[in-house]
Design a binder for this molecule. Structure first.
Ligand SMILES: O=C(O)CCC(=O)C(=O)O
Length: 362
C-alpha cells in the first residue's frame, strides 16, 4: 500500500478505504455467483414483461395485478412497480416546467439549442457529447468544493443513494449547503443539457439526483447496467456525466454500448448468457473520453458502467440525472434541500428541481 497523496486522502473515507493499493491494474470488483445472476435475470424479465404489456400506467398496472403472484419471489419488486404505477410523484403543476422551458427557449421541440447531428446521436447511439461547457476557473472551484464535501461527509458520503468500496460519492450536491452560492446550478440549468433531456423525455421532466462519482486509483469497475431497472418502450430517465477531470482511456472512463438503449435491460435475457457476468466486456462497447468540462448526455436506458481507474490520480465527475415529472426521484429532494439553497431559487430553478415555493420547516 502507498501513502495516499493529499488530494486523494480527502476521498479515502468517502470511498471506504484506508489506503491506495500498489497495483492499480489488478481487477478489483466483486464477483457474482450464478444464482444471484439468474435471480436478477428473472426479476428483470418479469418487471419488463409487465411494463411492456401496456403503453399507459393503467395498462401496466392491470398486467401487474394479473401477474402479482409471480412477484412473491422478488422482495419489494411488485410493490415498487405498484407504487410507481399508481402515484404521481410530481410536486408542481405542468405550467411550471413549461415556464422554465420557455425561459430557456426550449418550449418548442424543434428549438435551435441542439443540432440535427446531436439529436440523431441521441436517437441512434443513445448518447451525445455536448463538448466542454465549463471553463478552468469554474472547474477548479467545483473540484475544490466537492473534495471538501467528500472529506467532510467522510464514510457517510453517498449513503442517501449508494456507496461502493473504492468510489468516492456524494449525493444531493445541488441541493445541499455546498451549493448555497449556486456554483453547481449549471448542473441542472445549462440550456443545452436541458435541450438534450427535453429531446429524450419530452417537456415534462425534473431533476432526479445530482451525484458526485469518483473512482479512486485501482478501483471503479462496475457492471454494465442501465439506470432504470427493467426494459421500457419509451424512455423514463436521462443522465449526464460532467467530466471534472480529463477522462482518459486509463483513468476509469465510462464504458457505453452504442444503440443499446433500444435493446432491453442488460440484466435480463437481452445480455445475460451462461458463463458471462455483467462485469465482462460487451461486444461493441466504447469508452467516453474528453477534456475536463465536457458534458455527455445519455438516454439512461443505454448500457453503461464505470471502469477501473488505473492511474494515480482522481477521476471526478458529476452526474445530472433526470426523470419524468410523475416518477419518484432518486434523491428525496424535499427532505434533503438546504433551507438557504431553497430560499435563493427562482421560479425556473424550482421548476427543474420540482420543489414548491414553500416547503415545511424541518
Ligand atoms: O461515472 C461513471 O463512470 C459511471 C457511473 C455509473 O454509471 C453509476 O454509478 O451508475
Amino acid at each position: 500500500m502507498k501513502p495516499a497523496k493529499p488530494s486523494i486522502e480527502r476521498h479515502l473515507a468517502a470511498a471506504r478505504l484506508t489506503a491506495i493499493p500498489d497495483d492499480l491494474h489488478t481487477p478489483r470488483h466483486p464477483g457474482v455467483d450464478p444464482e444471484t445472476l439468474s435471480g436478477a435475470r428473472k426479476a428483470t424479465d418479469l418487471a419488463s414483461e409487465v411494463w411492456l404489456a401496456g403503453d399507459s400506467d393503467s395498462g401496466r398496472l392491470a398486467a401487474l395485478e394479473a401477474n402479482r403472484a409471480a412477484f412473491d419471489a422478488y422482495a419489494g419488486l411488485g410493490q415498487r412497480l405498484a407504487d410507481i404505477l399508481t402515484n404521481s410523484y410530481a410536486q408542481l403543476e405542468p405550467s411550471e416546467i413549461e415556464y422554465a422551458l420557455g425561459e430557456a427557449g426550449l418550449l418548442d421541440a424543434d428549438n435551435p439549442s441542439l443540432s440535427e447531428a446531436e439529436r440523431a446521436a441521441l436517437d441512434h447511439d443513445g448518447y451525445v457529447s455536448l463538448g466542454p461547457l465549463l471553463d478552468e476557473p469554474t472547474l477548479r472551484d467545483i473540484r475544490e468544493r466537492l473534495d471538501a464535501a467528500a472529506a467532510e461527509e467522510g464514510n457517510a458520503s453517498g449513503s442517501e443513494v449508494s456507496q461502493t468500496v473504492g468510489i468516492s460519492r456524494l449525493s444531493g450536491t445541488v441541493l445541499k449547503a455546498m451549493n448555497r452560492d449556486g456554483l453547481f446550478d449549471v448542473f441542472y440549468m445549462q440550456p443545452r443539457l436541458l435541450a438534450a433531456t427535453r429531446h429524450v423525455l419530452g417537456p415534462r421532466f425534473k431533476m432526479s439526483s445530482s451525484n458526485f462519482h469518483c473512482p479512486l486509483p485501482g478501483f471503479g469497475h462496475q457492471s454494465i447496467h442501465a439506470d432504470w431497472g427493467w426494459t421500457v418502450r419509451t424512455p423514463e430517465v436521462v443522465n449526464a456525466i460532467w467530466m471534472l477531470d480529463d477522462f482518459t482511456v486509463d483513468n476509469g472512463p465510462t464504458r457505453v454500448v452504442p444503440g443499446t438503449h433500444r435493446r432491453g435491460h442488460p440484466f435480463g435475457t437481452a445480455l445475460t448468457a451462461p458463463g458471462r457476468t455483467p462485469y465482462d466486456p460487451v461486444p461493441g462497447e466504447t469508452v467516453l473520453t474528453g477534456p475536463a468540462g465536457t458534458c455527455v448526455v445519455y438516454n439512461a436506458h443505454l448500457w453503461h458502467g464505470g471502469t477501473q481507474n488505473r492511474t494515480a490520480g482522481l477521476r471526478r465527475s458529476l452526474h445530472s440525472y433526470f426523470t419524468r415529472s410523475c416518477r419518484p426521484t432518486q434523491t428525496r429532494t424535499l427532505e434533503v434541500i438546504d433551507p438557504l439553497v431553497h430560499a435563493r431559487l427562482d421560479r425556473a430553478r424550482r421548476a427543474i428541481l420540482d420543489v414548491p415555493e414553500w416547503v415545511a420547516e424541518r
